[in-house]
Design a protein. Structure first.
Length: 289
């Protein structure tokens, strides 16, 4: 090893990476310069976590003693860096969110196809057949996970728990309804943020239990209101289709809302629905049987 040579190390935290580097190099802390390349991130409740990455550059003791005052200043900068984070690193941490949006989109697309009667391949998920959990335990787990998420997001709100029969599932659904002021940011455009939150809670609960549990997350009853609005719109357009004999199309909407339209008209005697278009322009069309 020669003075000025650099080595990179990764670990869960900056301190752990430094310790590991010093151990492997067989040197003390005052014999290296430490550069933090990337802070470690715990992610959102463990999802999207990433390791810290640091670079150790060897220096000789004489140089280290001469630069000691400057080194003390450098340590303070590192401390502030750890507390506030680096804007460049925050850009890198956006990738888990992008992956999450893709996973959510895939999930609601699958649900929509099931509701519209289109054939869809079931995902192969292995769960423990012997695993079981009482309702109270499931409520506690789901409540705690959602509450931690709200705290992490800086949202002050209450969570109401209720059980409801779900015609699309063999077991009742656990409803987690978040109640409070100014919660529009949790709903998002056309409910897209809410869909992501529900997907996360389902994912974490099911990974914890190794078994599928039907969990619905709502914000101040938004889903019920939106379902009623879309159902009324769908039936009104269905009447127009029957009267005119011409198909009708709704405006482009996300997969979870298209699914609600499919559900509203799936038992209609005179019309049927199908999705048309691609990507952001995908919409539901109502046609005569």
């Amino acid at each position: 090893m020669t003075r000025g040579q650099s080595y990179d190390y990764t670990a869960k935290t900056v301190d752990d990476a430094v310790d590991e580097g010093l151990r492997q190099l067989g040197v003390s802390r005052d014999e290296v310069d430490v550069e933090v390349i990337q802070e470690g991130s715990r992610g959102l409740l463990g999802i999207g976590a990433s390791d810290a990455r640091i670079r150790l550059t060897l220096v000789d003791s004489a140089e280290e003693e001469e630069s000691q005052p400057e080194k003390a200043s450098e340590t303070v900068v590192d401390s502030a860096y750890e507390e506030e984070g680096d804007p460049e690193d925050s850009k890198e941490e956006e990738s888990p969110a992008i992956a999450l949006e893709a996973a959510v989109s895939e999930e609601v697309e699958r649900e929509e196809e099931e509701s519209s009667g289109e054939e869809v391949e079931e995902p192969q998920v292995e769960f423990d057949a012997e695993a079981d959990i009482e309702e109270a335990e499931l409520e506690d787990l789901a409540f705690d996970l959602l509450n931690q998420m709200l705290v992490h997001l800086g949202i002050e709100a209450e969570i109401d728990l209720a059980w409801s029969d779900d015609p699309d599932d063999s077991e009742p659904a656990l409803i987690l309804n978040v109640v409070g002021d100014d919660l529009g940011s949790l709903i998002g455009r056309n409910g897209e943020t809410l869909s992501s939150i529900q997907y996360l809670i389902r994912l974490m609960v099911n990974q914890e239990l190794h078994r599928w549990k039907n969990i619905v997350v709502d914000i101040d009853g938004y889903k019920q209101r939106r379902a009623e609005q879309l159902s009324q719109l769908a039936h009104r357009l269905a009447e127009q289709v029957v009267a005119s004999g011409r198909p009708a199309s709704l405006e482009p909407m996300p997969a979870n809302e298209r699914r609600l339209v499919h559900i509203a008209l799936r038992n209609h005697e005179q019309v049927y629905t199908e999705s048309t278009g691609e990507d952001m322009r995908r919409k539901v069309q109502i046609l005569l049987k």
